[in-house]
Write a protein that binds this ligand. Structure first.
Ligand code: ASP
Length: 470
C-alpha cells in the first residue's frame, strides 16, 4: 500500500516537472512567434515563394493541424467530463448548489462585462471620425443572425448523436448534464455505464497529454502566421476599437476579477493570476476556450488547489457559456459601429445590448472567431447594419486572442469562488505548501473522479483544507 502511494507520488512529481517544462516552452513559442511574425511581415513580400511555402504552407499546416488536434478532443472530452462531473456531484442537493451558483455567477460576470464595456466605449468614442456609411455594402451572408428565442431553443438537441457529431457544445452539455444526473440517481444499478464513462474520460485525458506535447510547435506557427499577415501597420486604423476592447478586458481582469477573487474566493488575486498566466497565454495563442479546457482544469487542480470534481464540471461549462471577454468586445463593437454609422443609441438599446450580448455569450462556441459571428445577433437586436461586422472582422484575430484569455480566466475565477463556497479548495496547494498529504489527497480526488466515486463533496473536508488565504 505504501509503495503504491510512493509510486503515485513519484508519478505526480514527474508529471508536475513535465508540466512546468511544457508551459515554459509555450511561452517561448509565443514570444518567438510574435518576433518572427513581425520580421516576416516587414521582410517577406506577400505572395512570394517563401511566403507561400513557409508562412502559408508550413506554418499554416502545423498551426491548423494543432488546432484540429485539440478540436478533435473537445466533443468527447467535454461530453465525458460533464457526464462524470454531473454524476459525481449529481446527488440532488450538491448539483443544485454547485451548478446553480456556477451558472448564476457566469451570467452575472458576463452582464457586468458588457455594462463596463459600454461605459468604456462611451469615453473612448471608438467610431467617431470614421464614416462607415460611405462604405459599399459588404457580403455578410456568412454571418447568420440567430433570434434570442432560437438561441434558447437551440440548447435542446433534437438528436443527441447529431449534437455530438457536429460538436454543438450547448447541446452536448445539455444532454451530458441530464445523463450525468440520471446516472447519479440510478446509483449502483448502472455502475457499468458509469465505469465506462469514467474510464473513457481517463483515456481522453491521456490523449490530451499526448496532444499537449506538441503545443509549443502549434502555438509558434499560429502566432508567427498571424503577425506575418497583419504586421503592425494593419491594426493602426482599428487601433481605437482594439484599444477600447483591450482596455475593457484589462479592467475586467485587474478590477472585476481581482475584487471577486479577494472578496468571494478569499484568495490572493495576484498569486491567482500569476498561476493563471500560462493558461491565459495558451488561450491567447489558440483563441479557443475549448482548446484551453484541459490546461485550465489541470492548472486549477494542480496549482490553485480546486477539487477536480468541481473544475471538471465548471470549466467545460464555462468554456461554452461564459464569455466575458467576448461580451466586452461586443459592447465596444456596438458603440464603435453605431458611431461610425451615425446611429444614436438610447437607454432601451443599451439594455437590449446587455441582454443579447449575455445570451450571445452563452451561445458562442469556444473556438476562434465565433464571437464576431454572434455579433450579428446583437447588431440585429438594436438595428445596427451587419456591414459593420466586416470592419471588425479585419482585426478579429488580434481581439480574439485577448478576449479568449479573459474568457478562460473568467471561468477560472468563478470556479475558484464555487470551490470556496463548497469547501473544495485546498489553500495549501494554492500557497505552494507541498506536503505528501496534499499530493496524496489530490491523487485520491482524481482517482475518485476517474473511477466514478460519487461521494458527496462534503466528504472532501477530511482531505482538503479550507483555510482563509492570508
Ligand atoms: N475565441 C473565443 C473563445 O474561444 C470565442 C470568440 O469570442 O470568438 O473563447
Amino acid at each position: 500500500m505504501k509503495s503504491t502511494s510512493k509510486q503515485s507520488e513519484q508519478t505526480t512529481n514527474q508529471r508536475n516537472k513535465a508540466f512546468i517544462g511544457l508551459t515554459g516552452w509555450i511561452f517561448i513559442a509565443l514570444i518567438l512567434g510574435i518576433i518572427i511574425g513581425i520580421v516576416f511581415n516587414y521582410t517577406v513580400p506577400s505572395g512570394s515563394d517563401f511566403d507561400n511555402i513557409v508562412v502559408n504552407g508550413i506554418f499554416y499546416v502545423l498551426g491548423q493541424g494543432f488546432i484540429r488536434l485539440m478540436q478533435m478532443l473537445v466533443a468527447p472530452l467535454v461530453f465525458c467530463s460533464i457526464v462524470c462531473g454531473a454524476a459525481a456531484i449529481g446527488n440532488g442537493k450538491t448539483l443544485g448548489r454547485v451548478g446553480g451558483l456556477t451558472i448564476v455567477l457566469y451570467i452575472i460576470t458576463t452582464a457586468v462585462a458588457v455594462c463596463m464595456a459600454l461605459v468604456i466605449a462611451q469615453f473612448i468614442q471608438p467610431g467617431v471620425g470614421l464614416d462607415l456609411s460611405s462604405i459599399h455594402s459588404v457580403d455578410t451572408t456568412s454571418t447568420q443572425s440567430t433570434s434570442v428565442a432560437d438561441t434558447i431553443l437551440n440548447i435542446i438537441p433534437t438528436n443527441a448523436f447529431n449534437a455530438l457529431s457536429s460538436g454543438s457544445m450547448l447541446q452536448i452539455i445539455f444532454f451530458a448534464l441530464i445523463l450525468g444526473v440520471i446516472l447519479a440517481q440510478l446509483g449502483d444499478r448502472v455502475s457499468t455505464v458509469r465505469r465506462f464513462f469514467s474510464q473513457f474520460n481517463e483515456v481522453m485525458m491521456s490523449m490530451v497529454t499526448l496532444v499537449l506535447r506538441v503545443a509549443p510547435i502549434g502555438v509558434f506557427c499560429l502566432i508567427s502566421r498571424t503577425f506575418a499577415h497583419l504586421g503592425l501597420d494593419a491594426i493602426v486604423p482599428m487601433l481605437k476599437f482594439v484599444g477600447g476592447t483591450y482596455l475593457g478586458l484589462a479592467f475586467q481582469l485587474c478590477v472585476v476579477y481581482m475584487v471577486l477573487l479577494r472578496v468571494f474566493a478569499r484568495l490572493n488575486p495576484f498569486r491567482f493570476l500569476k498561476k493563471m498566466l500560462p493558461v491565459m497565454g495558451f488561450a491567447f495563442s489558440t483563441s479557443s476556450s475549448n482548446a484551453t479546457i484541459p490546461l485550465n482544469i489541470n492548472t486549477l487542480e494542480k496549482k490553485v488547489g480546486v477539487n477536480p470534481k468541481i473544475a471538471s464540471f465548471t470549466i467545460p461549462l464555462g468554456a461554452t457559456i461564459n464569455m466575458d471577454g467576448t461580451a466586452i468586445m461586443q459592447g465596444v463593437a456596438v458603440v464603435f459601429v453605431a458611431q461610425a454609422f451615425g446611429i444614436p443609441l438610447g437607454p432601451m438599446e443599451y439594455m437590449t445590448v446587455i441582454l443579447t450580448a449575455t445570451l450571445a455569450s452563452i451561445g458562442t462556441a469556444g473556438v476562434p472567431g465565433v464571437g464576431t459571428i454572434m455579433l450579428a445577433m446583437v447588431f440585429d437586436a438594436v438595428g445596427l447594419p451587419a456591414e459593420g461586422i466586416s470592419m471588425i472582422m479585419g482585426v478579429d484575430r488580434i481581439v480574439d486572442m485577448g478576449r479568449t484569455a479573459i474568457n478562460v480566466t473568467g471561468d477560472a475565477v468563478v470556479t475558484a469562488i464555487v470551490a470556496r463556497a463548497n469547501k473544495a479548495l485546498n489553500t495549501d496547494v494554492f500557497n505552494d505548501i507541498v506536503t505528501d498529504q496534499n499530493v496524496e489527497a489530490q491523487e485520491e480526488q482524481r482517482a475518485a473522479l476517474e473511477q466514478g466515486d460519487l461521494d458527496a463533496l462534503s466528504d472532501n473536508e477530511t482531505t482538503v483544507s479550507d483555510k482563509e488565504e492570508d
